[in-house]
Structure formats: structure tokens, C-alpha cells
Design a protein around this ligand. Structure first.
Ligand code: GLY
Length: 420
């Protein structure tokens, strides 16, 4: 089969790496890809948001399956367009992708179908939102309704912070139309887990759970990033808890989407929190996580193509996926200055020095004059399996220490709490 992977980050390199191991896959194209995906197939110079050009390429290249990584093209209707042309594609339709692309829609869905979630309210009127904030117990989470490239969520510990977040979204319109509505949730406390599941619209098959690290600095300090590392599985999230989350959250969400007339097919990502009152869902995403993908796919023993095809064609109940019991730890290496301004174009050395047991997933990289250079804020992630979380962690960091580029920054505490 010939595959097209849409996107160009670490998640997409991990997808390409895993799919390249399938005996059924003969060729993989990635659009736009990075230096890592180029080493496993061919990159196409097409942006992930250019749906027409992607559809043209899929037709011309006789692609047998397109797998969409990022949320923006999903929300913009890439799956609908491909389906309209008879092109097989993995991912939810634009209507189903609203589960991530509209926080208001997902909040209403959670409320209507009784999914355990934080108490909250949706506002489209700025003054009403301001009045609500003045009465609510702190802290609060203010979320712009639409997609805001990961920047639309503020955890407000004071009323001033909450009011300022509202001002930015609803008055200054810094997120454009994405901030026309806001969701204001109570901020719960507890540990967070990402639990993703494949679904063909009926069957829900969870992947192994993972945790990510959103803040830039050790100890979860500093601004939010796209994710600075992760590990799988979290020891504090038992298989019984995972089963409970599937039954109380993921399966009802898939049934709810079908009942609402927008059946969900693809991978559904539930951002969970383990609170004293039980497991709650904080958000849904309509895609694979980044960097969760980089620490879960190395643990998948089965062929990834099988569940992907079953999500597209139905019959996921007949697919069996096996997982390695070995934990996996992934450490993201970033450009100095990220998530603020940073420079690119620095030569990356030492990747040949990493051991065979470590996987280097590129994110912001490109090839320049035959050399791999930095090309983004998150440059790459080093993932390693081990007999224990400690072994996986040590191995990941040993391999990180082999790789160099000017201004390289990484967190030193990825999975540290998981090591006894
Ligand atoms: N790891 C967070 C995300 O993929 O949205």
C-alpha cells in the first residue's frame, strides 16, 4: 500500500516510522514532513492545510490510505473532501472534529450525555462572562472555543487573570473567531493522563495510556509548550482505571457523537484528570497526541496499519492490538527561546551516536546542503524503551546527551516522578 501522512512534527515522524515497519506498506509520502520522515520515504512540499493540493497529490500518486496528523486540516474538512473524491482517509470528518475544534460543543456534549467533566459554562457575551468570573470559586480555566494553536487556554489563579484572559479572547480578539465564545471551567486538581482510542464509530479500542509535560521548565514551571516529553504507562493509572475511563468517557462520547448525527471515526484523545471525585475528562482531541504518539507507538507490537484501516472501513472489533509491557520515555529537545522566539538553521550532530535502542523522532528539522538542521521550536524527541521506567528514562537521557545543536534545551525531569 502507498500511504500519505499529513503533517510535519514528531507525531508524524512516529506514525511514519511505525507504518514503515508494516509488511503491507510499500511507500510512504509525508506532507510536508521533516528530515526524519524524508529518511523513511518521500516528503511532498505541500502544507498540511492545503487540502486541495493534498487531494490532488493523493489522486495522482494513487494513495491507498491518507493519515491526518494535526487537528487544523481535520477541522477544515480534509476527511470530507477526501471521502467526496473516494480517497481512503483516516480521521474524523469536520463535523466530528468539532469535539476538539469547539470547546463549547464538547462541553455541551459532555453535559448532555452525562460524561464526568468539570463544572463550567459557555459564554458568547463578554459582559455575562465577566459577571460569571466575579462569582466563581478560583482557580478557573478560561478556554477560547475554537482552535488557537495551543494558546487558547488560561489557568487563572486570580480574578484579574481570568478577566484578562476574557479580555484577550472576547474584546481584543487575539484568537480571532476562535475566541468569540469561551468556556469557563472550574479548575480541578489531580494527575493528568492522556488516554487515546481507535474507533470505527462503534467499537472503541484504547491505546496504552501516556502522560505529557506541557510546561517548558523542570517542575512544571514556565509557559505552556506543545509538549516537552512524555512517558507510558503512568504507574498511577491502573488498567482498571483505564477500563473505567473507556466505559464512562470514551465509549459514551463515541455513542453521543453518533446520536448527534456526526459519527466519530479515527483516534479520539481524552485528556483525563484523576480527581478525588473520580476520573474526569478535561478535553477531547480529534487526533493523535504529540508527544504521546512518540512514547506509545514504540510500545505497539502489532501492525499499526490494521487498526487504522479498520477505523476507516469498519470491523475494529475484529482487530487485535498487542502492546509491549516495557515502559517508554521520550524527551523533547527544543531550540533555546522556545516557546517564545528562537532561531533555526543550526546543524544537529550526534544523531548517529545514539544507540540502536533509542528512537530519534524529528519534529522541527530540515535538510540543508546535505545536513540536518533545526527548523522549529521543538526539534526532536528521543524515545527509549526499557525493562523498567528507570531503565527507559536512563536510556533516553543517555541518548539525548549524544545529540547537540546550538541552543539546545530539554527538561531534565521527564518521568522523574515515575522512578521510585
Ligand atoms: N500532548 C498534547 C496534545 O497533543 O495536544
Amino acid at each position: 500500500m502507498k500511504l500519505l501522512i499529513v503533517g510535519g512534527g514528531g507525531r508524524e515522524h512516529a506514525l511514519v516510522w511505525k507504518l514503515s515497519r508494516s509488511t503491507r506498506v510499500s511507500r510512504i509520502y509525508t506532507a510536508p514532513g521533516n528530515a526524519g520522515t524524508a529518511s523513511l520515504g518521500e516528503n511532498l512540499p505541500i502544507k498540511a492545510g492545503d487540502i486541495n493540493a493534498l487531494a490532488d497529490a493523493a489522486q495522482k500518486l494513487s494513495i491507498d490510505l491518507t493519515v491526518v496528523g494535526p487537528e487544523a486540516p481535520l477541522a477544515a474538512g480534509i476527511v470530507d473532501r477526501f471521502q467526496g473524491l473516494g480517497l481512503p482517509v483516516f480521521g474524523p470528518t469536520a463535523a466530528a472534529a468539532q469535539i476538539e475544534a469547539s470547546k463549547a460543543l464538547s462541553h455541551h456534549l459532555m453535559q448532555k450525555y452525562g460524561l464526568p467533566c468539570p463544572p463550567g459554562e459557555v459564554f458568547s457575551d463578554y459582559s455575562q462572562a465577566q459577571r460569571y468570573v466575579k462569582d466563581q470559586p478560583l482557580p478557573l480555566v478560561v478556554k477560547a472555543d475554537g482552535l488557537a494553536a495551543g494558546k487558547g487556554v488560561t489557568v487563572a489563579h486570580t480574578r484579574t487573570e481570568a478577566l484578562s484572559a476574557l479580555h484577550q479572547a472576547m474584546s481584543e480578539r487575539v484568537f480571532g473567531a476562535a475566541g468569540e465564545q469561551v468556556l469557563i471551567d472550574q479548575c480541578l486538581s489531580g494527575r493528568e493522563v492522556s488516554l487515546l482510542a481507535f474507533t470505527d464509530g462503534t467499537t472503541v479500542m484504547p491505546l496504552v495510556p501516556a502522560c505529557d509535560y506541557k510546561r517548558i521548565y523542570d517542575g512544571d514551571r514556565g509557559p505552556n509548550t506543545g509538549g516537552m516529553g512524555g512517558f507510558s504507562p503512568p504507574g498511577f493509572f491502573t488498567p482498571e482505571m483505564a477500563q473505567q475511563a473507556v466505559e464512562a468517557i470514551l465509549e459514551p462520547a463515541v455513542r453521543a457523537m453518533a446520536a448527534e448525527g456526526c459519527p466519530y471515526r479515527g483516534v479520539l484523545y481524552a485528556g483525563l484528570m484523576l480527581t478525588e471525585e473520580g476520573i474526569k475528562v478535561l478535553e477531547f482531541n480529534c487526533r493523535f497526541g504529540d508527544p504521546e504518539t512518540q512514547v506509545t507507538l514504540p510500545r505497539m507490537k502489532s501492525d499499526l496499519l490494521e487498526p487504522l484501516l479498520a477505523c476507516v472501513n469498519g470491523g475494529l472489533d475484529k482487530v487485535k492490538v498487542e502492546w509491549d509491557t516495557q515502559p517508554c520515555v521520550g524527551v523533547v529537545m527544543a531550540s533555546s527561546g522556545y516557546p517564545g522566539d528562537y532561531r533555526t538553521g543550526y546543524h544537529i550532530t550526534g544523531m548517529d551516536g545514539t544507540g540502536p535502542e533509542a528512537l530519534v523522532f524529528h519534529a522541527g528539522t530540515r535538510i540543508q546542503e546535505g545536513q540536518v538542521v533545526t527548523d522549529g521550536g521543538r526539534v526532536l524527541a528521543v524515545a527509549a524503551l526499557g525493562d523498567s521506567m528507570e531503565a527507559a528514562r536512563n536510556r533516553a537521557y543517555e541518548n539525548v546527551s549524544q545529540i547537540h545543536f546550538e541552543g539546545c534545551y530539554y527538561r531534565r525531569d521527564i518521568a522523574a516522578t515515575e522512578v521510585k
